[in-house]
Design a protein around this ligand. Structure first.
Ligand code: AMP
Ligand code: ZN
Length: 113
């Protein structure tokens, strides 16, 4: 298995796991770019947002609601946070197993770099 997130999900590579359930895993990003930088990752291997199918609709909804719960839990909900799913080269996607960055803890610029 070459996908790094599939290997983390399988327990073959260590990660700081924040949350785990039957469909999702949440880990700390190994190279944080904000004081809070979590990755919400479906256990199912889906390469990019472009590969989502109708049967994944509920899964994506769950990811957003879990991100909101985590934002509240980490005390960043009121100040604000960003949920990002980089897709393909121009967005800088480096791991081709979809994941949603939850970024918070500092003011962020717009437009993004
Ligand atoms: P992206 O560039 O949007 O594909 O994001 C991939 C993210 O995965 C980057 O922020 C990396 O720092 C992070 N990452 C890569 N390998 C690991 C790992 N072994 N554990 C935790 N985060 C990782
Ligand atoms: Zn994978």
């Amino acid at each position: 298995m070459s996908c790094i997130f599939c290997r983390i999900i399988a327990g073959e590579i260590p990660a700081k796991i924040i949350h785990k359930d039957d469909e999702l895993i949440v880990i700390e990003d190994i190279n944080p770019v904000a004081p809070l930088h979590l990755l919400l990752i479906p256990k199912k291997h889906i390469a990019t947002v472009l590969d989502l199918s109708e049967s994944d609709d509920k899964l994506v909804g769950r990811i957003y609601r879990l991100a909101a719960d985590l934002a509240r839990k980490y005390g960043v909900a009121e100040n604000g946070f960003r949920i990002v799913a980089n897709t393909n080269a121009d967005a800088g996607q480096t791991v081709f197993h979809i994941h949603f960055h939850l970024l918070a803890g500092r003011a962020m610029g717009w437009p993004p770099g």
